[in-house]
Design a protein around this ligand. Structure first.
Ligand code: DC
Length: 228
């Protein structure tokens, strides 16, 4: 059945793990919208664009085809047909993506694509503006939060697992910088929708957060199981 659950919040609040697990549990599509902004960032970097040149980035976006396979078990993202699923996680992309994501022409195209991907399906949509801009009529809106230190520690672990050496303090500073850019940009700044349920994840495991969201679904009279 068609149902939209939005998961917004700052970097490292646990959105990806939770969104993926939730989509799996509900047999829904998993819309990793950050991956889409990251994919365009890969292309902007490959083209040697300056992150201080929003006009060039906007033009690039207009001639770029982003593809997303919204499968919680096998999410893939492509740019003009090229699979960049691995490359989007590099620290270089993480450092630059906020600059790409703040360009209005970039966001307009992404929003269109995200709505199209979610049309008529059950989706768990993860990002920064899912509940506020992309799916304002979502069935359930969740805003995940965690302290900056906790988020940096989690991200450091993820990066270490992926083979990238990182310094937690540097990461924490980068996360604060990214939060600042994401929450002060003119278009669709990071913010909780007024009707979103806030969940602080500092002392919760991903499974506990998923269970809490399933309880919220039940409390809202929505199915805890879809599909088969
Ligand atoms: O969730 P993430 O770390 O993959 O997001 C990457 C960047 O993209 C981050 O700077 C926020 C931005 N973003 C956004 O502006 N809107 C979204 N819907 C998703 C991500």
């Amino acid at each position: 059945m068609a149902m939209v659950i939005t998961l917004d919040g700052p970097a490292g609040a646990g959105k990806s793990t939770v969104a993926r697990a939730l989509a799996r549990r509900l047999s829904c599509l998993y819309l990793d919208t950050g991956a889409m902004y990251r994919a365009l960032t890969v292309k902007a970097m490959d083209h040697g664009l300056s992150m201080d040149d929003p006009e060039a980035i906007g033009e690039l976006a207009a001639s770029t085809e982003i593809g997303l396979v919204p499968d919680p078990d096998a999410m893939r993202v492509t740019v003009d047909g090229e699979d960049v699923t691995q490359r989007i996680r590099s620290p270089e992309v993480s450092r630059s993506v906020s600059y790409v994501a703040r360009v209005p022409e970039v966001r307009a195209g992404m929003v269109r694509l995200q709505r199209k991907l979610g049309e008529g399906s059950c989706v768990v949509a993860e990002g920064r503006d899912m509940g506020t801009v992309v799916f304002p009529q979502a069935d359930l809106k969740v805003y995940l939060e965690a302290s900056a230190r906790e988020r940096a520690t989690r991200r450091a672990k993820d990066l270490a697992d992926a083979g990238h050496a990182v310094d937690v303090q540097v990461l924490e500073a980068e996360i604060r910088q990214r939060d600042h850019l994401d929450s002060t940009r003119d278009v669709a700044p990071l913010a909780a929708a007024s009707d979103a349920v806030r969940v602080v994840t500092d002392n919760l495991t991903a499974d506990e957060v998923v269970d809490r969201i399933l309880d919220l679904l039940q409390a809202a009279g929505l199915p805890r199981h879809t599909g088969s």
